[in-house]
Ligand binder design. Structure first.
Ligand SMILES: Nc1nc2c(ncn2[C@@H]2O[C@H](COP(=O)(O)OP(=O)(O)OP(=O)(O)O)[C@@H](O)[C@H]2O)c(=O)[nH]1
Length: 536
């Protein structure tokens, strides 16, 4: 049944095709045409013709009926930029013939990224005969539509590719800048992964051949398998680093990378012996392993309790879904449209975006960890106030910041006879006394004052911006509140007191002087019997 040129579908031709494989010997165009007329072609079946890697050359034929009395202009386009040798013949109703050829092995085959031919279909029944040869996956989405429909499709594709490439380039540039700024290797690995993703996209969409490397004939044929391999390897390297598997499971990490490198070596050998079918099989196998391995690594990291692993898992599952959708579309299980056919691209793009989000989440997490570590390093674990180092830093900082007009003071507090508390009630009670005293001091001071543990049973308080009356009141409050502390059994009869030394700064030249003088004052208080305040 010839297909009416007025009824041609907007999607690629599928059930319309008749096919003949060159499995049992090759044909010239005339022989194939004769075979078609002798009804030796069989119906192609459903889906876009898809024959896998290294399939023998295939002939596809289509009978066209132009039942009008004028010529019809159509555009034939094989929307797949990686076939080696494409030949198209048109046998018109009036007996005239036209022939075209294209594909990767033909130098600068077309000024378009795909093999494209303008056809004039004369009234009557004519035959289109297409032959495709090459080791690459033989997926043959052929559009046969009017000039307007082709332009419409081209415009939609241009927008979508603009969006895709724009998105990847923006992510790539941003993450590379983050690497330069922050120096974290994860950003570098991610940028390299995005670069290979961009490069691979340029390669298999035909944009690279059309615009970037039109004269690199050898590269044009090899770019797909080599870039697929590189994409998987950089993706794995990023995942191992990002998920921390290189540190948690270094052996596993080494095995995965070793296998990836082995694949790269096989590709180098395939390149050397010029066996592209081998390179393609290795590349596709690696892609399948990759799309299974990535979620597995995500699950493993999840198992290790890494919160970002969920985002990573979601990202790799989106690639898996995309890839299977494209595969099912090519096989004719799912209906063909730009979304289903290009689902792998969309899945990988969503993957890349989710990974950027995961990187940001990881950055936030490590920032929080850093802040926590900094706080822990500055805090006395028993009492929760600043430790000696942190208090010293704070004192120095506030000293440098303001040579204040109003006076400031430093209070040194030492618990009286603390050793005997330890000796009589044990260390646990001693610890409880220290904790309660720290809490009591914090309760006695103002919000802007700063408290620290200076030594075993010694505390310090810095009072900025305080009048002499305020200083005296706070020091007295501290002393009194310590004296009022009560403890549970067995220390219910225990009464604790402290000796307090106060140094009011009236133009001291060095911050250590205030510490030394407050210490001296505290010792004077202790020497005078304790439980008192001495001012200097
Ligand atoms: N329970 C407990 N004891 C501590 C801690 N840090 C230091 N100490 C004890 O504090 C005691 C301090 O003893 P001394 O320096 O002789 O001071 P003191 O007994 O208070 O004597 P005076 O200061 O002269 O009143 C020592 O026995 C230390 O073991 C701690 O974190 N917990």
């Amino acid at each position: 049944q010839p297909v009416r040129v007025s009824d041609l579908p907007l999607s690629p031709l599928a059930t319309e095709w008749m096919q003949l494989s060159e499995r049992h010997g090759s044909y010239t165009t005339a022989m194939a045409y004769q075979a078609f007329k002798d009804r030796n072609f069989s119906p192609h079946g459903k889906g876009i013709p898809s024959l896998g890697i290294g399939a023998p050359p295939i002939w596809l034929a289509l009978e066209l009926l132009n039942d009008s009395d004028s010529e019809r202009e159509l555009i034939f386009e094989l929307a797949n930029g990686w076939q080696d040798d494409i030949r198209l013949s048109h046998f018109a109703a009036d007996g005239s013939e036209a022939h075209w050829s294209g594909g990767d092995i033909h130098k600068n085959a077309a000024d378009n990224r795909f093999f494209r031919v303008n056809l004039s279909i004369k009234p009557g029944v004519s035959v289109l005969l297409l032959r495709v040869e090459g080791p690459d996956p033989r997926v043959l989405p052929v559009y046969l539509t009017s000039r307007e429909n082709t332009a419409k499709r081209e415009r939609a594709e241009a927008y979508s590719y603009g969006f895709l490439y724009g998105g990847i380039v923006a992510l790539l540039g941003y993450n590379f800048l983050l690497y330069l700024g922050i120096g974290s290797r994860s950003y570098l690995y991610y940028s390299v992964f995005l670069l290979t993703f961009l490069w691979l996209n340029l390669s298999y969409t035909g944009h690279g051949s059309a615009w970037i490397w039109p004269s690199l004939d050898h590269w044009r044929q090899w770019s797909n398998p080599l870039l697929m391999t590189l994409y998987c390897i950089t993706g794995l390297m990023f995942a191992l680093r990002f998920l921390g598997i290189d540190k948690l499971r270094p052996r596993l990490s080494q095995i995965v990378l070793g296998l990836a490198m082995l694949m790269m070596l096989v590709q180098a050998v395939a390149f050397y012996i010029d066996d592209r079918a081998l390179a393609l099989i290795v590349a596709f196998d690696l892609v399948y392993i990759f799309s299974l391995l990535m979620p597995l690594l995500g699950i493993m990291a999840w198992h290790f309790g890494m919160p970002i692993a969920k985002l990573f898992l979601l990202a790799s599952v989106s690639t898996m879904i995309g890839m299977s959708t494209t595969a099912l579309t090519v096989d004719g299980v799912l209906p063909f449209n730009q979304w289903t056919y290009r689902a792998a691209e969309i899945g990988m793009f969503i993957d890349a975006m989710l990974l950027a989000l995961a990187l940001a989440a990881k950055f936030r997490q490590s920032e929080q960890e850093r802040t926590l570590a900094k706080r822990l390093a500055a805090t006395d674990p028993l009492t929760g106030v600043d430790n000696r180092r942190a208090f010293g830093e704070h004192l120095l900082q506030s000293w440098n910041q303001s040579r204040d007009l109003r006076c400031r003071a430093l209070i040194m507090i030492d618990i009286d006879k603390f050793k005997s508390i330890n000796d009589s009630y044990g260390h646990d009670v001693g610890d409880k006394v220290l904790t309660d005293i720290a809490r009591s001091i914090r309760y006695s001071i103002r919000n802007r004052d700063h408290c620290g543990r200076w030594g075993g049973e010694e505390f310090v308080v810095l009072l900025p911006n305080a009048t002499e009356q305020e200083i005296a009141a706070i020091a007295e409050r501290i002393r009194q509140n310590i004296e009022l502390l009560r403890f549970p059994r067995p220390a219910d009869s225990l009464k604790v007191t402290a000796s307090v030394g106060v140094c009011v700064d009236e133009g001291l030249s060095h911050y250590e002087d205030i510490l030394r003088r407050a210490d001296e004052a505290m010792y004077s208080a202790k020497a005078a019997g304790g439980n008192r305040i001495v001012f200097v």
